[in-house]
Design a protein. Sequence first.
Length: 165
Amino acid sequence: MTITVATKEQLSIVQRLAYEIWPDTYGKILSKIQLDFMLDKFYSTASLEEQMLEKNQVFMLIEDQGKYLGFCAYELNIDNSQKTKLHKIYVLPETQGKGVGKLLLETVENAARKAGNTHLILNVNRFNNALEFYKHKGFTVVDEVNIEIGHGYLMEDYVMEKNLS
């Protein structure tokens, strides 16, 4: 498996993967209308370009034998701190449990350490099965937040943190 930093031209791959992965990940948690709203809000071409070019998020793609299996996005030194924020990490449903997410997470952790960051933080939906993955990888819940995203929709998340030192 190969992990590479995505270029602006490869954001369409991120977009395609999100549209393929999200229904499986959130289909039992969110209504179809909310899921479609969120995909459009966070994965439109304009939104992805803004995240990459204006918000300094690094997108990474993981592939195996020419097939893209997933992606992640992170931001170093979030809010001028020594923390890296993992904004997204998603892998195709058929690859879950096969180490793909683990490789992406380890790559982000290494980038954070290299930048001198001491903690990795993320938000995860309180009902997302990935919660157990993060706990298993050393994250702990440090806060609970409700984030309004428009049209009356709310992201009900845990904030999780992992000490990298």
